[in-house]
Design a protein around this ligand. Sequence first.
Ligand SMILES: Nc1ncnc2c1ncn2[C@@H]1O[C@H](COP(=O)(O)OP(=O)(O)OP(=O)(O)O)[C@@H](O)[C@H]1O
Length: 255
Amino acid sequence: MRRLLDAEISTCAAHDLVKPMTILEIRGLNTYYGESHILRDVDLTVKAGEMVCLIGRNGVGKTTLLKSLIGLLRPRSGEILFNGEGLDRHPPHQRARAGIGYVPQGREIIPHLTVEENLMLGMEALPGGLARNHSIDPLVYELFPILQEFLPRKGGDLSGGQQQQLAIARALLGKPKLLLLDEPTEGIQPNIVQDIERAVRRIIAETGIGVLLVEQHLHFVRQADRYYAMQRGGIVASGPTSDLSQTVVDQFLSV
Ligand SMILES: Nc1ncnc2c1ncn2[C@@H]1O[C@H](COP(=O)(O)OP(=O)(O)OP(=O)(O)O)[C@@H](O)[C@H]1O
């Protein structure tokens, strides 16, 4: 069942193998705040259908990386290739239209708009924007049934966990090919953390999109296929999460 996006795959003719396509490729990325050098020569890839987790202690540069990807920060050097195409000159709204969905840390739900209005905002990222897109894909209600129940409520009246579900649903309605999630379980009660984990897994299984997740909860980190560990703005370890040792966990996760 693939409602939001058909998984894109490329075929390796020589061996007749089917390989997932690389959606995101970051090469040698350096980002500064003024003269503070934050990201240092970051290389990272995400393939279609893959969940990749970025771990690292507070203040190492994880959010800076996501903001560089979405175009809120302009890297000083390096390349960001999205579906093989350079994004350098694209402002954030064009990156959203190209297929990068972003759920920021803190969620950024608009408190005085209803749940329905907040959801509709996600469709601004679709071709033609809200002027041409009016219907909310029911997949978001299957993933997060509470949202359908609370459609007329103000976003600001929802709990932190419900707002997080709303923020993920809003990003999904833009039909991203890559979803960036910045600490989606931060400050959220454990039963909703599990709902969010399940929903992210289901989104990947049903749509074939790639997910880049910044996360501190070890259980959620282990759901990812691969991890990258960041220290002082550089990637210092990476590999399959099945190889994630207790030493790496102790070194790079704050909780
Ligand atoms: N607007 C800003 N101006 C200057 N420095 C900033 C700004 N935002 C963040 N920084 C600094 O950049 C560094 C990286 O911050 P960033 O938010 O990317 O870290 P993080 O790994 O996402 O941490 P956290 O888990 O706390 O969100 C930190 O030292 C932070 O103080």
